[in-house]
Design a protein. Structure first.
Lengths: 195, 195
């Protein structure tokens, strides 16, 4: 079953996922060092995820299954990981290091709008809706990351629906937190133009 | 398994769900006419959901299962359905009629920020994070609605994990669309204070 098509038309169909095998690097990340399948880094990833509230209910077995679907990359300092305005359908989990999130403002000037460190997520909006990246993310130091594509997530939903529910709930809570934060920031601008 | 606790601590635990039985009215909706379990209105709900892109991949059987977990209410014109600042952990699907979404602005004045008609969703942020309602929703005409609580959703995740995947994806796409819309609206205000 194609779950993405189940809920929104026009999205790319999932491709078969090769478990426990290193996949080809994602083209949008071909400028980074491809470290291979995340399963090789299970112990390190387990430690990072264990420290995160969002992952509280994930068992060691869940982490292991998730790692079978993710790939890892290393980004040198000052390297872009995602670029505003480009296509992309993957989410990034920062494992070590950190990135600046940079958004072009109304005067076409780049503004640093956030700094994200280990355990932070990048790019979940484009994973969900397949639209362009809203901001750029640039490594501020040597940074290792795990990547989950939409095809990987489709594979998890097909093969492990209960783990799929946990991951979707995690993403839902992450996006809802960002929505609540952004709507709270918007309060001073609320007016009749919203109707 | 408690999926909500799986992904975020401090949330209410699910209660057993009584299938195919009319549940007690939700206290926050006790001022509305309680129409009973949604299964009674399966045909009407099937027609509404069938017209929605978000529900594209849901089968008639999925609709029937979902209806076993929802309750229906009727709101007379000018009746509040959710109230800004109050607690609530349910999402509303408008079946007939319509509501105004009203938010208090920075000067404590109520502003109509949206109008939502049949097929529209209300209250998904509080369903996910259990926090206060961000805005009020008031019926502008006689309005029938279906309600899904967090306990209902927990029951679906436990008993029908693949249907749970579809519902969570639907909510994820809904919240992501709202986030992309709100961040696009915020662009003129982006500045160094975001760091």
């Amino acid at each position: 079953m194609d779950y993405w098509h189940a809920c929104a038309s026009g999205l790319r169909l999932g491709q078969p996922v090769l478990l426990n095998m290193t996949q080809a690097p994602i083209p949008a990340l071909s400028h980074l060092q491809h470290l291979g399948g995340a399963f090789t880094y299970l112990e390190e990833i387990h430690q990072v995820l264990n420290a995160l509230t969002l992952f509280e209910g994930f068992s060691a077995s869940d982490h292991a299954t998730l790692c079978e679907y993710m790939e890892c990359y290393a980004a040198p300092s000052r390297t872009p990981i995602v670029t505003e305005g480009t296509e992309g359908d993957f989410v990034v989990i920062i494992l070590t290091g950190g990135v600046n999130v940079i958004k072009t403002d109304a005067h076409a000037a780049p503004k640093v709008v956030a700094h994200v460190g280990p355990g932070g997520f990048l790019g979940e909006m484009s994973l969900v809706d397949g639209q362009q990246r809203f901001a750029s993310c640039i490594a501020t130091q040597p940074t290792d990351l795990a990547v989950l594509t939409r095809d990987d997530l489709t594979g998890i939903l097909d093969d492990h629906p209960q783990l799929g529910n946990k991951i979707l709930l995690l993403l839902l809570q992450l996006v809802t937190k960002r929505l609540r934060d952004s709507t709270t920031r918007m309060l001073p601008t609320i007016g009749a133009q919203w109707v």
